[in-house]
Design a protein around this ligand. Structure first.
Ligand code: UGA
Length: 435
């Protein structure tokens, strides 16, 4: 099939490359000429494990095309996925300008009435609105196909999804969209076929539920610290209950990224607009917003109540491991708070550093992990990169001026830290100190 992606951001790029790998002829469109030129030269604008390999192979085989030319991208397409951004507005609503513009342009340029599929995360009801707008041009059909890819695992997630969700309002569109995913459904991947609004709501409900799980466990972790419970054993004990499940039960500095924070606000706002206040979600929003402030208060307390002039090394800037994305990163927020409280920050991230420098120029950036802790008063781990897990603790002990480690991702072995004599804080554990 001939498939076009309008918007070659994270979702459009990964989905485009992978649908091309599954055998479709794919064209990815973006208005950013520089990005398109890079992609045509095998250069990825984002860091995503494994993606480069697929891109190179498929480009060499002429199975995928990148262009800035609207006409070229949409003419002759059977299916057009819209994967443009839906940034959050101050009101909490999602900004749907780019979606509406794209659909309008497609109807202007396309000549064979392709199926228009909204893959960007949009508030429930958006597809119906688009369909309403197209009433004059009934030959165009709108479908919904939310994506569930995680940054850092997007290739694996694409090839092994838990489910594919499609929302359509007519049988022809349903059949066509099912055909797109046939290589996966043939392998047994379940497909949930429903109406437009249900598909849209499945996406928001899923992200909001996962965010709720994280906010909940973060608060249980706070409670555990107070009463001396062990969060690791606690989450193990909870997670074995198959009704709860072990995933997304890792406490940390709060959830971030381009999806959860934006989507929970959008769903809460959507619910409010229906006169149906979403109390649980409102609490999750507050809980996560408060999280970096609570964590920084704990850090300041651990460092004696005053961090003016204290040198702090921070490992990790990305919102999670496996990505260079710093959008709504709890690490970045925490650094800002600690800096405002007077600390001198030196940070290191294996992938996100250049993105962070643009947003937060006023801190020191270390050229290596070791430089981030040498001569510092404490070391904070803010992102769970595998290389941080394997950090040489003897070296850290030797190089830190005061032997304090704050592990906000619980990735370091507690017994070793205690044995070596560190003053140590990890989420959901009592502060441990041998002396
Ligand atoms: C999330 C969803 O997991 C994807 O299914 C969805 O497709 C994507 O949003 C989207 O809407 O596009 P992503 O933002 O890449 O994916 O990141 P996650 O792996 O879900 O992590 C989100 C945040 O939660 C991160 O800050 C992470 O550190 C935090 N987290 C996650 C925890 O604090 N604890 C956990 O146990 C899991």
């Amino acid at each position: 099939m001939r498939i076009t992606f309008v918007g070659t951001g994270y979702v459009g790029l990964v989905s485009g490359v992978m649908l091309s790998f599954l055998g479709h002829h794919v064209t990815c469109l973006d208005i950013d000429n520089e990005k398109i030129a890079k992609l045509n030269n095998n250069i990825l604008p984002i860091y995503e494990p494994e993606l480069e390999h697929y891109l190179k192979t498929l480009l060499a085989q002429n199975k995928i095309t990148f262009t800035s030319d609207y006409n070229q991208a949409v003419e002759n397409a059977d299916v057009i996925f819209i994967t443009v951004g839906t940034p959050g507005l101050d009101s909490g609503d999602a900004d749907l300008r780019f979606i509406f513009e794209s659909v309008y342009k497609i109807t202007e340029c396309a000549n064979n009435y392709p199926l228009i599929v909204i893959k960007s995360t949009v508030p429930p009801g958006t597809c119906l609105k688009l369909q309403e707008n197209l009433k004059k041009n009934l030959k165009f059909k709108i479908a919904s196909n939310p994506e569930f890819l995680r940054e850092g695992y997007a290739v694996t997630d694409f090839l092994n999804p838990d489910r594919i969700v499609i929302g359509t309002s007519d049988q022809e569109s349903e059949v066509l969209l099912k055909k797109v995913y046939q290589p996966l459904t043939d392998k047994g991947v379940p497909i949930v076929s429903t109406n437009l609004i249900t598909a849209e709501l499945i996406k928001y409900a899923s992200n909001s539920f996962l965010a709720t799980k994280i906010a909940f466990i973060n608060e249980i972790a706070d409670l555990s610290e107070k009463v001396g419970a062990n969060i690791e054993q606690l989450t193990y004990g909870m997670g074995l209950d198959t009704r709860i499940g072990a995933k997304f039960l890792s406490p940390g500095p709060g959830f971030g990224g381009s999806c959860f924070p934006k989507d929970i606000h959008a769903l809460a706002k959507f619910a409010k607009d229906q006169n149906n206040d979403f109390f649980v979600l409102n609490a999750v929003i507050d809980s996560n917003a408060q999280r970096p402030h609570n964590i920084s208060a704990k850090i300041i307390n651990l460092l004696g109540g005053n961090i003016i002039g204290k040198k702090l090394g921070v490992l990790g800037l990305a919102f999670k491991a496996g990505t260079d994305d710093i959008r709504s990163s709890p690490a970045m927020k925490l650094i800002e708070i600690l800096q405002q409280a007077g600390a001198i920050i030196t940070a290191f991230d294996p992938k996100a550093q250049s993105n962070a420098i643009r947003l937060l120029p006023g801190i020191n950036y270390a050229p290596s992990m070791n430089d981030a802790f040498t001569g510092k008063d404490a070391l904070i781990i803010a992102t769970e990169w595998p290389e941080f897990k394997n950090i040489d603790l003897d070296k850290v002990y030797e190089q830190l001026t005061t032997k304090i480690i704050i592990d906000l991702r619980n990735i370091l072995p507690v017994h070793k830290l205690v044995e070596k004599g560190f003053k140590y804080y990890s989420i959901g554990m009592k502060i441990i100190h041998k002396n």
